[in-house]
Ligand binder design. Structure first.
Ligand code: BG6
Length: 491
């Protein structure tokens, strides 16, 4: 159990791409967990949809395998699995054609005309617009409908606007749930609690007290067979434009007037609009692009990106940036962002480093006084650590030492740490958009990213190679060391 669960209202979840990778790895396991925890009411249905012909029973076999592969053994029991499978249905629908829609409508109508209908489009973004139109023309949309989409929402500002406009033709903004799954991670939500449910932090949450912020999202995996798809994207589009920029916005936002979707998103938007532009004039000083070469993976030697791709490429699998937020609170406080594949370990953290003390009253023999750091660990091992200086206990005079007030969630709370999708899937049903990206946020993020992409092309800034199993190219180290700072390596 993950603590107290509230059962949501009766719903039908329709997953387009129901037999796909996202459904298998994330959506079905997340819904299973929520069902086991008691959030899903009896009578709710989960309807897998794709073009392939399959029976309900075949889909249940697929779902059972997904659960067995992606749920921890301790969270599986025959009764819960059986109950979850009994909620599943399957419909073969040609998403861009005409077959299957009538049958899907008939199935949904059996649930009554005002039951919540959530359409999760776990399909290629190129067909989001077409499906949105089909839902409308086939009269599948009732007064209680939501539609869920995921990145990539465009590959630049223009395509993002086109995609948003296509969906907006058929759905209003309060029906559209744009998922950035990083916002569903426990520690990310905890950032809001730390800042706004305590008096301690907000008074020092500004350029007077904060020296700099680091956001690292490191993955140890390479691209392997995904390289072909990834090559059209790269780390800036795949991770920075959405996940890391969203994390930055949550760190930097002004206190919202209420913990309500639009109040939070209004404040995030202001941060996105205050990001200092990166263009041909400064791009080489504040950005580094990397691409992994052969080296050490977690389980032995691994190939380089070009071998994974089997061809030439200048796509970055690593990027680091020095970002500034041009507003009163943050003027002069750099936000260093980095993300990459084939890093030495999987680890994501937000590290807030406070300014040094103004002067030391201690003798040199007391030891070094480290700057206070607040480390928000996103994964794995979610938790928060506040690093402080204390006196080393016992004899030996005034010896100072750095220790962490350590709040590791798994140790502190017995509850299982839920996957981000669990929370997000239920928020869709609750119609709570706080953790979803609004159209203007997505577009503002692209507005900032587009000039970086253009500057890389215009200045011919190429990727720098880095050995797999290292923290990226030497340029990334130089990017922060030039400012007299160092990267905090996730533990
Ligand atoms: C996705 C990216 O959005 O996030 C992937 O497209 C990346 O490339 C993934 O691997 C990382 O998510 P998580 O939750 O495993 O950190």
């Amino acid at each position: 159990m993950t603590g107290q669960q509230l059962t949501v209202d009766l719903f039908d979840y329709v997953i387009f791409g129901g037999g796909g990778d996202l459904a298998e790895r994330k959506l079905l396991p997340a819904l299973y967990h929520r069902d086991r925890d008691g959030s899903i009411p009896n009578g709710a249905r989960i309807i897998g949809v794709s073009r392939t012909e399959r029976s309900d029973d075949d889909y249940k076999i697929f779902a059972r395998k997904a659960i067995e592969a992606h749920v921890a053994p301790g969270d599986m029991d025959a009764e819960s699995i059986q109950r979850f499978l009994s909620r599943l249905h399957y419909m073969s629908v040609d998403a861009t054609g005409t077959t299957g829609w009538k049958e899907l409508k008939a199935l949904l109508d059996k649930g009554g005309s005002d039951r919540i209908r959530a359409f999760y489009l776990a399909v290629a973004p190129t067909i989001f617009g077409a499906i949105a139109a089909k839902l409308k023309t086939n009269s599948l949309v009732n007064g209680n409908t939501r539609v869920v989409i995921e990145k990539p929402i465009g590959r630049d500002l223009k395509s993002a606007k086109t995609l948003n406009a296509e969906i907006a033709k058929h759905f209003s903004e309060d029906q559209i749930f744009r998922i950035d799954h990083y916002l569903g991670k426990e520690t990310v939500q905890n950032l809001m609690a730390l800042r706004f449910a305590n008096t301690l932090y907000d008074p020092v949450w500004n350029s007077t007290f904060i020296d700099h912020v680091q956001i690292t999202v490191a993955e140890s995996v390479g691209l392997g067979s995904r390289a072909g798809y990834y090559d059209t994207s790269g780390a800036l589009r795949d991770m920075i434009q959405n996940h890391l920029v969203q994390l930055l916005a949550l760190v930097a936002l002004e206190p919202p007037s209420a913990f309500k979707a639009d109040a939070i998103r209004d404040e995030k938007l202001k941060v996105l609009r205050a990001l200092k532009p990166i263009n041909a004039d400064n791009v080489s000083q504040v950005t580094v692009r990397g691409q992994y070469r052969a080296g050490a993976g977690e389980d032995g030697a691994v190939k380089g990106y070009l071998e994974d791709l089997n061809g030439p490429s200048d796509t970055e699998t690593f990027v680091s940036l020095k970002v500034e937020v041009n507003n009163w609170r943050w003027a002069g406080v750099p936000f260093y962002l980095r993300t990459g594949k084939r890093m030495p370990t999987r680890g994501s953290e937000i590290v807030i480093t406070f300014k040094p003390i103004p002067m030391s009253i201690f003798e040199g023999s007391s030891g070094r006084i480290f700057q206070n750091r607040l480390v928000l660990r996103l994964q794995p091992g979610e938790g928060v650590k506040q690093w402080l200086m204390i006196k080393n206990p016992g004899p030996g005079g005034m010896k100072l030492r750095q220790v962490a007030l350590d709040m590791s969630f798994a140790e502190e709370f017995e509850a299982r740490q839920p996957d981000a999708y669990e929370r997000l899937l239920m928020d869709v049903i609750r119609r709570d958009q706080s953790l979803f990206m609004r159209r203007d946020e997505v577009e503002a993020a692209w507005e900032w990213v587009d000039p970086i992409l253009k500057a890389w092309t215009d200045t011919e800034q190429r990727v720098q190679g880095y050995a797999s199993g290292t923290w990226g190219p030497s340029g990334a180290v130089a990017l922060i060391e030039r400012d007299g700072r160092t990267w905090h390596e996730p533990e």
